[in-house]
Design a binder for this molecule. Sequence first.
Ligand SMILES: NC(=O)c1ccc[n+]([C@@H]2O[C@H](COP(=O)([O-])OP(=O)(O)OC[C@H]3O[C@@H](n4cnc5c(N)ncnc54)[C@H](O)[C@@H]3O)[C@@H](O)[C@H]2O)c1
Length: 345
Amino acid sequence: MRKRIPKILVTGGAGFIGSAFVRRVIATRQSSVAGKQSQSFEVIVVDSLTYAGDLKRLNWGLSPKGTVPNFYQVDICDKQKIDSIFKKENPGIVVHFAAESHVDRSINDATPFIETNIKGTQILLDAGRKYNAKKFIFISTDEVYGEIANGKFNENSPIKPNSPYAASKAAADLLVQSYIRTYKFPAIIIRPSNNYGPWQYPEKLIPLAILRILGGGKIPVYGKGLNVREWLYVDDCVAGILAIMNKGKIGEAYNLGSACESKNIDTVKLLLKTLGASRNRFEFVKDRLGHDIRYSLDSGKITRELGWKPGVSLAQGLKLTVAWSLKHQAWLKSKLKDINKLYIN
Ligand SMILES: NC(=O)c1ccc[n+]([C@@H]2O[C@H](COP(=O)([O-])OP(=O)(O)OC[C@H]3O[C@@H](n4cnc5c(N)ncnc54)[C@H](O)[C@@H]3O)[C@@H](O)[C@H]2O)c1
């Protein structure tokens, strides 16, 4: 009898990290078809294609055979449509990336964050329960812990979010925890640090800085640029998510950080150097409201239990990101109009 290939339903698969995850799973499937030993999955993507979603990301780098077969342009807040997708596809695994993801937008208007990040997550959890999903991976964020001036957050640190974005993710994170406890729902929570890499929407610091260097204008740096972020290259993040999906313990939370901490001003200066641009191409702008000073994760648990370690340093990752950006300038510049509405300096 032919073995059934397990199905993964990926929400937010047309987004930055979700698409990198989908591409990796499909590429792995292609290599296992070609005879190499690796776990193979069928992938279904659900994404409503907000301003942040883009189908171009999904097929990038895959052979024609590797194109995503099942794409549903559906809002995760649409309970009926989500129910019918689960009924039809009956996925064994759900990996839930879909979210409103930009802190500045949440400060301007928290409404879509509450809808998608909280209500959308509840709808997916209920569909997962109803149709008996075997594993539900929730992509949370390091921002649920709030800021930390010294030391690191571990998985038992209190959830104490500061921005409306982080609060909406924390609410979803807690909701997932409540389903684990109340219904013994087989979920795992992953809390990654700041990601960067190819195909990131250029409203976030690193691609915004590259876009400004390539497209003209100065890079806006909040305050005095002293806020520290822990930068995780997107392929390392995807490898960590796969390790947790395949071998992580049900009911647990895992931090997923790189330990590559850098002040925003230093990150921008490193980028200017990588691009060979003049050192004065940035300007300090009025600080973000409620700006968290530092995020820092203790990611010892995933390394000890699953053997995952980040492989790409910040300097290497920026080189890779810049190389990709130079080849995809048209895509980055196509988002310029939208970005200029956000950062009027
Ligand atoms: N980017 C980071 O640095 C980072 C760090 C930690 C955690 N995360 C989390 O990882 C996940 C993915 O982040 P990202 O940077 O790839 O985000 P992104 O903004 O690039 O992509 C989000 C995707 O979700 C889709 N989406 C939004 N609302 C939807 C809805 N109502 N229904 C269906 N689809 C919808 C969008 O169309 C888009 O394709 C998010 O949950 C985010 O909170 C991101």
